[in-house]
Design a protein. Structure first.
Length: 121
């Protein structure tokens, strides 16, 4: 069975490799991207099981990206990391505080919910 593929968007070049390493050790394949446009292009043209958006992506950009992706892939699982729960709206993104081990549990739950809804690919 292939590893679940995660498209990980963030703007911190020091933080991203650490998160990717943790996800890879947990059995996921991770594609790191550092731009909004690349996230949109790759989420529409490649098969990923989850879009992970770092807290470094401003709220307005995250909302616009998710809306653009959902116009093509309505139920694509998206997990947003945030320092504060008020940072995001629950209607466009599953919530995560980015603390371990809760982070890995939330990733697993988001992937499971995507499979249950027939999405994530």
């Amino acid at each position: 069975m292939p590893k679940p593929r995660i498209l990980s968007l963030g703007y911190d070049h020091r933080l991203m490799p650490l998160r990717s390493m943790m996800l890879q050790q947990a059995g996921y394949e991770v594609a790191e991207i550092y731009s909004w446009g690349e996230a949109l292009r790759r989420s529409k043209s490649e098969i990923f099981n989850l879009l992970l958006i770092c807290h470094t992506v401003p709220l307005d950009q995250r909302e616009e990206l998710v809306a653009s992706i959902y116009s093509v892939r309505q139920h694509f699982p998206v997990l947003c990391l945030a320092d504060e729960p008020a940072y995001f709206k629950a209607d466009d993104c599953a919530a995560d505080s980015s603390t371990t081990p809760k982070f890995l549990t939330d990733v697993s739950n988001a992937l499971q919910n995507g499979r249950e809804n027939g999405q994530g690919s």
